[in-house]
Design a protein around this ligand. Structure first.
Ligand code: NAI
Length: 254
């Protein structure tokens, strides 16, 4: 039985990017805390794996194969939920290219998925929560890239910076409805997104990233899922417009 403030029994959560990595871990943990979880992703196979994990631990999961860049698909999926208490907009892609080699189509693609995809999810969730008078929680997925920058991070970092701006703006606009909006800005997390190399090269990259953290390790998807659960639950009832940074202490902004 979860601690009372973290108990999501009777609540409904919608998680994009739920087929893999951070989104999957978040969906599974929200279900473990008692929520009915709607899992959305364009990866149909991964979605079903997540739903099977949730059902295997006695939870309730629904799947929505969709592309977050398609507003109509998202709207239909959100409207199919009987109620909506939590939106976790996690779906995203990685892209790296030097500024001088970045093509228009790279920038458009990354902004479309990593910013517009989050924007659509936030808008649909906010409409649904306002229509039903639900004092819900919306969680966006930013990145440590917004604090540190770095070579190759133009498109990805710009999209994530826009997500932070969206989070703060929306928090001020829908706070009067009792709806909270917060961002999570993870550090380096071991997921299929960051597991791009094999064997020795991957181990080398992870060891390098681990050395940047005072805790001496990289993050796991569950580290971020716990941040999502915190922001989804009543434990964070007075928290809105904030960026939570589970990054192992790699960056410590004011
Ligand atoms: P992942 O690659 O394991 O999972 C991303 C999921 O998003 C996948 O299931 C993919 O199918 C889905 N997705 C991508 N584009 C989509 C679209 N157009 N429509 C529907 N689904 C789509 O990646 P990971 O690492 O779990 O990343 C999740 C989020 O966390 C992303 O927004 C990422 O930018 C962010 N993040 C990840 C970090 C890391 O170190 N892994 C660090 C900071 C932020």
């Amino acid at each position: 039985m979860p601690l009372k403030a973290y108990d999501l029994t009777g609540r409904t959560a919608f998680v994009t990017g739920a087929a893999s990595g951070i989104g999957r871990a978040s969906a599974v943990l929200l279900a473990e805390a008692g929520a009915i979880v709607h899992c959305a992703d364009r990866d149909v196979h991964g979605l079903h794996e997540t739903a099977t994990l949730i059902k295997g631990q006695g939870g309730t999961a629904h799947t929505h194969p969709l592309d977050v860049t398609d507003r109509d698909q998202l709207r239909q999926a959100v409207r199919s939920c009987e109620r909506l208490d939590v939106m976790a907009a996690v779906a995203g892609i990685m892209h790296s290219s030097p500024v001088l080699e970045t093509r228009d189509e790279d920038l458009d693609r990354v902004l479309r998925v990593n910013f517009k995809g989050v924007l659509y999810a936030c808008q649909e969730a906010a409409h649904a929560m306002i229509a039903t008078g639900t004092r819900g929680s919306i969680i966006t997925m930013a990145s440590g890239a917004v604090d540190t920058g770095g070579p190759g991070l133009l498109c990805y970092g710009a999209a994530k910076a826009a997500v932070v701006q969206l989070t703060k703006t929306l928090a001020t606009e829908i706070g009067p409805h009792g709806i909270r909006v917060n961002a999570v800005a993870p550090g380096w997390i071991r997921t299929p997104m960051t597991n791009r190399h094999n064997g020795e090269e991957q181990a080398h990259t992870e060891a390098f990233m681990a050395r940047l953290s005072p805790l001496g390790r990289v993050g796991e998807p569950e580290d971020i899922a716990h941040a999502v659960l915190h922001l989804a639950s009543d434990a964070s009832a007075f928290t809105t417009g904030q960026i939570l940074r589970p990054n192992g202490g790699v960056a410590m902004p004011w």
